[in-house]
Design a binder for this molecule. Structure first.
Ligand code: GDP
Ligand code: IMO
Ligand code: MG
Length: 451
């Protein structure tokens, strides 16, 4: 890793861009590898929303929300569910494990929030994740051997591939009078497919009666919420209500524009928002990427700024960097500006919310990666995340900044932050070339500084 000199501080006045007072259609995404704090920012912004739409992915996501109602690890439930005035939507392009969803509905109800068709709509066109897709996910990972992706094991890839193949069960099937027939047809195929994947001429049986019984329970709970969501989204959009999109994952995990094959199977950026809502990108007032003060990744694939040393370990332990869904330790590194710039471009991002700067409290120095060196050439932006070889070769060029001793967690104004923390924020903003609208200094809603 190369070092560049300490920065000089240029005392620009930050322009007022109140994230807390938004209107129109806004979209919260993640420009890197996920887990940057989307749950926190969506929960916060949702206090002003009329509608909150989860646009992609499924229970591979783990969105943490900490608010006066408690602390929640949400996988499918949109993080806007805590605003009783807002309606939450799971759109067509989300893959839904009905058992995970009903468990989450129960958890939210236990926190005193009634969940019904006034505050949650579930697209009838979304695919269902069934036990066979989870099993196939696991079998495929084993078959990949040394080239495993490190998926979350939630059946995401197999369910989206069934969707692409135009097979599989969808949420609306649960309501069909001939559901049992469709289920049985599906079961026959899936047992054959699983047997083929398992090898050894193994005969595979899924526990039909148990699954049907559990599906019946799930159907009873969610049936009133199942509907065609696009007309409702369009009605809200055309009457200028406040719509907030919530992405799962991050743009560098995008199936097509991320680092294939170490990606997920959906589209976390603006393209995914359009697919999920039918709202064209030019009618989206603002796309906000949530970004931590450092970079993490779970699962396999290149991570140019990864710190396999005590600094990485310190970030991991102080930042509690463990997967919400799988409990796996997250790989940690310095903030990767070239990768972020790529994610911002592909994701259609206008501005940023910078989270977890409090994790650096007490660090004598902190760094940001401002460029890569590959084959003797310097790059300030990642040219193509799909070029995995490039990503593996990328040597980060670091800019080292002075750290700060003081605690930032009680800061509520930018001027409350220690000078070097302010310099850090400003430096990131300049390097990225997009405004930072919010700095987060703790997991809960209140621990936020609006710029
Ligand atoms: P998501 O997948 O993008 O919603 O992010 P995760 O919930 O997987 O991971 C973010 C973690 O950081 C969660 O545990 C949050 O509670 C926590 N978090 C979010 N913002 C902050 C912050 O500013 N400071 C600290 N210390 N934790 C934060
Ligand atoms: P949130 O929404 C971080 C990663 C997995 C794996 C790859 C493919 O909480 O930010 P999959 O199960 O989707 O087939 O796994 O994608 N991954 C995530 N990493 N945050 C997530 O979601 C993720 N969802 C999937 O670790 O590397
Ligand atoms: Mg997460």
């Amino acid at each position: 890793m190369k070092l560049i000199e300490y920065i000089s501080w240029n005392d620009d006045i930050m322009i007022e861009r109140p994230l807390a007072q938004w209107s129109g259609t806004n979209f919260v995404t993640d420009a890197s590898w996920g887990d940057n704090g989307k749950g926190k920012i969506v929960d916060l912004m949702a206090q002003r929303a009329d509608m909150v739409i989860r646009i992609n992915g499924g229970p591979n996501a783990g969105h943490t929300v900490v608010n006066p109602q408690g602390e929640f690890a949400l996988h499918l439930m949109p993080s806007g569910i805590f605003n009783p005035e807002a309606i939450c939507v799971l759109s067509d392009t989300v893959v839904i494990n009905p058992f995970t969803l009903t468990e989450e509905i129960k958890v939210v109800r236990q926190a005193g929030i009634e969940v019904n068709n006034k505050n949650l709509l579930i697209s009838k066109n979304a695919h269902l994740i069934m036990p066979w897709q989870k099993r196939r996910d696991g079998l495929r990972e084993v078959a990949r051997g040394g080239k495993r992706i490190g998926t979350t094991g939630q059946g995401i890839g197999p369910t989206y591939s069934d969707r692409t193949e135009r097979v599989g069960l969808r949420v609306g099937d649960l309501l069909a009078p001939e559901f049992q027939e469709r289920f049985d047809q599906e079961l026959v195929w899936q047992e054959k497919l699983t047997a083929l994947m398992s090898g050894n001429n193994e005969v595979v049986h899924y526990d039909r009666d148990r699954i049907l019984e559990e599906l019946k329970e799930a159907r009873e709970m969610i049936a009133p919420m199942i509907t065609s969501v696009i007309p409702v989204i369009w009605e809200y959009h055309s009457s200028n209500k406040s719509i907030l999109g919530e992405a799962g994952q991050g743009v560098l995990l995008d199936l097509d524009r991320g680092g294939y094959p170490y990606v997920t199977s959906s589209h976390p950026g603006i393209a995914g928002f359009n697919l999920a809502t039918g709202i064209p990108p030019k009618e989206v007032a603002r796309v906000i990427a949530v970004t931590k003060a450092y970079t993490t990744r779970v699962g396999e694939g290149p991570l140019p700024t990864e710190l396999n040393n005590e600094v990485g370990e310190m970030i991991r332990s102080k930042g509690h960097e463990r997967g919400v869904t799988t409990g796996r330790p997250r790989r940690c590194g310095w903030l990767d500006i070239p990768a972020l710039k790529y994610g911002i471009r592909v994701g259609g991002v206008d501005s940023l919310a910078l989270t977890k700067i409090d994790i650096f409290d007490g660090f004598p120095e902190v760094a940001i990666c401002v460029g890569y060196e590959v084959g003797g050439k310097i790059y300030d932006t990642l040219p193509d995340a799909n070029d995995i070889e490039f990503m593996y070769q990328a040597k980060p060029i670091l800019k080292i900044l002075r750290g700060w001793d003081n605690d930032t967690t009680s800061s509520r104004l930018f001027s409350d932050l220690p000078e070097n923390a302010r310099k850090f924020v400003k430096e990131v903003e300049e390097a990225i070339g997009r405004p930072i609208e919010l700095v987060s200094v703790g997991p809960d809603r209140e621990a936020s500084i609006y710029l």
